[in-house]
Structure formats: C-alpha cells, structure tokens
Design a protein around this ligand. Structure first.
Ligand SMILES: NC(=O)c1ccc[n+]([C@@H]2O[C@H](COP(=O)([O-])OP(=O)(O)OC[C@H]3O[C@@H](n4cnc5c(N)ncnc54)[C@H](OP(=O)(O)O)[C@@H]3O)[C@@H](O)[C@H]2O)c1
Length: 262
C-alpha cells in the first residue's frame, strides 16, 4: 500500500508495542524499512513479540514503564547509545477499565490518568528533549480514543485522552519551531488484545452500535499512523484523526453498557 522502504533506516519508538495495536504498528514500520523499538513493562511480552517480529526487520526491545520518568530517560539513553537518534514516537501504551463513574475509586481514576495522560507527557517531553529538539526534527503520533461525545462508561480515560488531544494541539504549535509534527489517532472499537480485558457482557452485540457493523482491525489503525508520520502528511500537525468508521457521529455503546455497569 505504501512505497517500499518509505521508512528506511528511520528510528521509531512504539510504546506498548508488544501487543495489539502497538504490535501491528511496529510490524508495519518494520515492513517499510524502519528500525523499531517496542517498549512496555512486561519483559516476557516484549521478548515474545521480538521473536515474532524479527522476520519483518530490525526490531529492538525496550523495557520501561511510562509512569516512571527515570525509566523513560534510561530508555532514551539506550536508544541514543544504540541508534544515535529517534525519528518517530508513537505514544500507544495505555489501559483502562469500564465502570460507571460513581463506582470508580479515586485510586482507580488516578491510575488511569497517570498512565494515559501523565505517562504520555513524560515520554513525549523526554524524547523531545533527548532527540527531537536538538535534532530540530521529529514526529509524534498519539493514540487516544473516541472521545468525540465524552466517554460514557470510562470517564477516567475519556478525561485522560481529552488531555492528550489538547496536548497534541498545544505541542504542534509550541514545537513547530523545532520542526516537530504532533498528531493523534482516535481509534473507535478495534478488535485487539486490549479487548480481551473487557467483560464479555459489555462487548455483546457491540457491532450493532458501529455504523458499518464491525470492529476495526489493528491494521486499520496502523495505516493512518504510518501516513501521519510520513512525508505524505508533511503539512498536517495538531490534527486528531478519528479511525472509527464514523462511530463518533452515530451509535451508542452506553445504552447497552449502562445496564451492565450500574
Ligand atoms: N482496542 C481498542 O478498541 C482501543 C480503542 C481506543 C483506544 N485504544 C488504545 O490503544 C492503545 C492500544 O490498545 P490495544 O487494544 O492494543 O491494547 P493492549 O494490547 O492492552 O495494549 C496496551 C499496551 O500498552 C502497554 N502499557 C500499558 N501501560 C503501560 C505502562 N505504564 N508503561 C508501558 N507500557 C504500558 C501494555 O504492555 P505492558 O502490560 O507490558 O506494559 C500493552 O502492550 C491503548 O492505549 C488503548 O487504550 C484501544
């Protein structure tokens, strides 16, 4: 679909690249010639992914928790020592759990915001200061979620992703002076490993709430990520692209969820 070697020798970091959407994003970059670091907390998961992804190209492991700035700086130092630069950062790591707002503990709310918003800022600032700002070149794609009409059933991640959505716009302006583009992808409902953590009851019949009656695939999220980080999107920054088959405009998950979550 894309020109062969589109990302030849580009250095890419995909957080949460050991599973699901991040894994497929890493695979697609590898297939187009990039050198890809996949980072997350679970070393076993990363090593398994590395073993599988090796056949597609030069994939490298990075163990780090995005909530821990020291671990992120160590990861940046590792990339600097091994690769010398970073061209593309995909902030994909994240997680949340469905719950009615009134049942979420303060710790649970704080945990999701710390991971999905604060952790994303830690990675972004550290990679920008270590690589993109001194290089005067960089590309960031943030994976958020369908927050177009709020996020009933997941108020914590809705708030966190709205924060990243706004951060995307702000950094696109602040960092244009360093030639850094910052964009976001807002996936709708994607059939991926992340879905395995959701109770089957809230996924039952969910396709009916999607305009084209099916979940998206991880490839369908990965392709727009590649596009936004490629020279084909050189005049696009501060944009959030919804990859949801129009779900933000039509379809209501909450109607089905409200019974199982309250
Ligand atoms: N699937 C969907 O429908 C959908 C829709 C909208 C948005 N999203 C978002 O898209 C991203 C990928 O989702 P997915 O479906 O592929 O889920 P997934 O398989 O659970 O992927 C999430 C990845 O993030 C990593 N991660 C989580 N917390 C981390 C932390 N503190 N530090 C480092 N890595 C961390 C996990 O690895 P470790 O456990 O090894 O750390 C995991 O590999 C997530 O942010 C998700 O919330 C998904």
């Amino acid at each position: 679909m894309f020109q062969e070697n589109l990302f030849k020798d580009k250095i890419v970091l995909v957080t949460g690249g050991g599973s699901g959407i991040g894994y497929t994003i890493a695979k697609q970059y590898l297939a187009l010639g990039a050198i890809v670091y996949i980072a997350s907390r679970n070393a076993q998961k990363i090593e398994k992914a590395i073993t599988e992804l090796k056949e597609f190209g030069d994939v490298r492991s990075a163990i780090a928790d995005i909530r821990e700035p020291e671990q992120i700086q160590t990861l940046a130092d590792q990339i600097k020592a091994e690769a010398g630069r970073l061209d593309i950062l995909v902030n994909n790591a994240g997680g949340q759990f469905p719950s009615a707002a009134e049942n979420i503990s303060f710790n649970g709310f704080r945990a999701v915001v710390t991971n999905n918003l604060i952790g994303t800022f830690y990675v972004t600032q550290i990679m920008a200061k270590t690589f993109f700002i001194p290089q005067k070149e960089g590309n960031i794609v943030n994976i958020i979620a369908n927050i177009f009409r709020g996020f009933p059933g997941m108020v914590h991640t809705g708030a966190a992703r709205a924060g990243v959505d706004n951060m995307t716009k702000t950094l696109a302006i602040e960092w244009v002076r360093y030639n850094i583009r910052v964009n976001a992808i807002a996936p709708g409902i994607i059939r991926s490993s992340g879905m395995d953590t959701y109770p089957p009851a809230i996924l039952k019949g969910i396709e009916k709430s999607i305009p084209n009656n099916r979940m998206g695939t991880t490839d369908e999220v990965a392709y727009p990520v590649l596009f936004l980080s490629s020279p084909m999107a050189s005049y696009i920054s501060g944009e959030t692209l919804y990859v949801d088959a129009g779900n933000r405009l039509w379809g209501d998950q909450w109607q089905g969820w409200s019974e199982s979550l309250t």
